[in-house]
Design a protein around this ligand. Sequence first.
Ligand code: SF4
Length: 162
Amino acid sequence: MPVVFGGKRNVYLAIEEYKSLAPFIMEFVKRVESYGASIKMDNTVPVYMFSKEELGELLLKGVLEPSRNFVCFPAIDIGPDLPIWRCFGTSGLFNRKMEDFNSLQEIYDYYERVFKPYQFKVFPMEECHECEYAKKEICQGGCIGFFPSQMYKDRLPSSRVD
Ligand code: SF4
């Protein structure tokens, strides 16, 4: 996932290429199971990257959970000098100070409000705009971090994984 922070960019897989990652994930889940372990995915992924059969298997096994992996909520990160941001994927945007707020709930409500326009109205892929899951706000089309990353792409060194 892309992280734009302090004028720098990390290495990440382009959202358009997530679909090609699905076979690796399905195989990885099998390997993990063969060791008697279980696995859960972190962060959001676009629903479209898996087939319906793959989605069914991953949901039944608890690898994916719609409330965690198709829509995300503010994680709230706090830096050493008490700056705050929504999550690592959006860490260069809407940064504030802890002292601007009276409670964690206020911080949470603030980041819910300021990122709402990015969450279900600005999608990283064209096909999301016509998708039934997007219209019902079941899927936000992957990490919100893809949007600022695309916005700043002309100003930052390219570092996506090809
Ligand atoms: S925007 Fe990205 S990094 Fe932030 S919580 Fe959502 S999926 Fe995670």
